[in-house]
Design a protein around this ligand. Structure first.
Ligand code: SF4
Ligand code: SF4
Ligand code: FES
Length: 236
């Protein structure tokens, strides 16, 4: 089998161009990550214009859909390179970096905005998490977030320079809301309301894109339910 990879390459410091490489493979389960690794490990590859292919810069760590480092746009859709099978794309596919973040080089982007926002919003436990059957389910679901940024790529409301933090922060926020101490719950909810819930248009464009398969609808519903419950408690 063979596929033409159209790879958007960006030089460090600027300047982009599309480089096409024909990649041959025999295992139908070969992934984009495996193709990039093989191309980088050989000096033999030439592009479709006969030029040599400099090492393609991309990030990976686990190669098992666990770390989120290899998130990129493949065939127009944000996904993980280690979870994207070449044979699903036919004879040609375009590979680009995530577009919502500053590009560092080739397929590597600066996703520090994701982590900065978690820090700014103080999305961490300062005391023992409260556990019951419902909150444990929510916590488990939220803990599967890879912080890959795929959900931000498709979110019409997310921009790296603006206040709305997107689903990559809403997911861990939902865990804290479900499991936090009641005394701190209202304060947390008010903090998250401005940057998470009020900015989300509930379009659910992010719902089916999450490579971890997180139940985003369920987490939004559980966060809303927790907020309503807290308002009722306040009135009562
Ligand atoms: S919610 Fe899903 S798509 Fe968004 S950052 Fe977490 S794992 Fe990635
Ligand atoms: S539901 Fe829509 S607006 Fe809200 S985070 Fe997902 S994509 Fe963005
Ligand atoms: S390398 Fe870890 S998710 Fe792909």
């Amino acid at each position: 089998m063979k596929i033409r990879l159209d790879i958007l390459r960006t030089k460090r410091g600027g300047g982009s161009y599309l480089q096409s490489v024909v990649f041959e493979y025999s295992d139908p389960k070969t992934t984009v990550a495996a193709a990039l690794t093989e191309i980088n490990s050989s000096d033999q590859y030439k592009d479709t214009e006969g030029k040599s292919v400099d090492k393609i810069k991309w990030e990976c760590s686990c190669l098992q859909k666990k770390c989120g480092a290899c998130a990129m746009v493949i065939g127009g859709k944000p996904c993980l390179a280690c979870d994207s099978v070449l044979s699903d794309f036919g004879e040609r596919v375009r590979i680009e970096p995530l577009r919502k973040f500053p590009v560092i080089e080739d397929l590597i982007v600066d996703r520090s905005a994701i982590f900065d926002r978690l820090r700014d919003m103080q999305i961490w436990f300062e005391q023992q998490a409260q556990n019951d059957e419902t909150s444990t389910d929510t916590a488990y679901e939220a803990s599967r977030c890879l912080q890959c940024g795929c959900c931000l790529e498709v979110c019409p409301n997310f921009c790296v320079d603006e206040n709305f933090v997107g689903m990559s922060a809403a997911v861990p926020a939902s865990r804290l809301i479900a499991q936090t101490d009641k005394a701190q719950a209202k304060q947390l909810y008010e903090l998250y309301k401005k940057r998470v819930y009020e900015g989300c248009a509930k379009s659910l464009a992010c719902r089916n894109i999450c490579p971890a398969g997180i139940d985003i609808d369920g987490l939004l519903v559980s966060s809303n339910a927790a907020a309503v419950w807290k308002r009722k408690k306040k009135r009562g």
